[in-house]
Design a protein around this ligand. Sequence first.
Ligand code: 1HE
Length: 262
Amino acid sequence: MSNSHPDLNVSFVGEHNQVALVRLTRPAKRNALNDGLILAIRDTFQNLPSSVRAAVIDGEGEHFCAGLDLSELSERDASEGVFHSRMWHAALECVEKGTVPVIAALHGAVVGGGLELASACHIRVADESTFYALPEGTRGIFVGGGGAVRIPRLIGAARMTDMMLTGRVYNAADGERIGLSQYLVPNGTAVEKALELAGRIATNAPMTNFALMHALPRIAEQPADHGLFTEALMASIAQSAPEAKERVRAFLEGKAAKVRKD
Ligand code: 1HE
């Protein structure tokens, strides 16, 4: 897979290229997301090679991502705005509901559309320099990249409302406390930690990863009765895969790792 955009670098890590490292490389503009970059994210996650089992996304320079490229906003009318927002939705859907789990490695600014991109990922690892904001509120606009759907799922509508009404900025520690990131790591180590997690995820049975990406979020939004039914179907599909049988047999024969606390 070659790089399709000058501001997005894709490389592969691991003995079998099983982890894709996708890097925003527009540090002079704080990795602000223009239309070309959004389309490149879409194309990248739509076309990951079949060797890839997990992905990491990070940003070059001092910040993960400054959000929407505001220089492209000024000339857009209302209907163009709808299509623009739908373009972001389609691209971030390719991240969230693509072929492999995606880990965001965060540092510096994770703001506006940058937080929308991070919230489309399955795991967020933040280093101590990370800060989160939704400056849309103070810029007279609204989120348009799926943030209104995904961010309340992480932190609740009340906290998101506060961030947008008041311009509140959360630091890395508070971000972890409220659920914006699942991991908080020392400065400069977010990518390393994200790659370690991705390496582990890449060894899971593909059907388990599929269930976590595609079934769990849907089940979590279904009424309990429907959710339990869907869970039963997903569980039966996952456990019937030959790989699941092999893994369980390996444990019973003492050949697989036990669960241990760190
Ligand atoms: C940009 C952008 C951008 C920086 N669009 N050009 N997002 C925001 O409202 C956040 C706006 N950015 C910032 O608040 C700050 O830039 C940062 C906190 C991210 C970083 O600060 P700093 O001091 O490191 O950098 P800087 O000096 O502010 O910016 C460096 C350059 O990047 C500068 O350009 P230059 O040509 O003068 O060097 C900035 O203009 C440029 N830059 N951020 C365009 N966002 C789907 S809807 C989503 C809606 C949103 O995301 S709205 C929120 C947009």
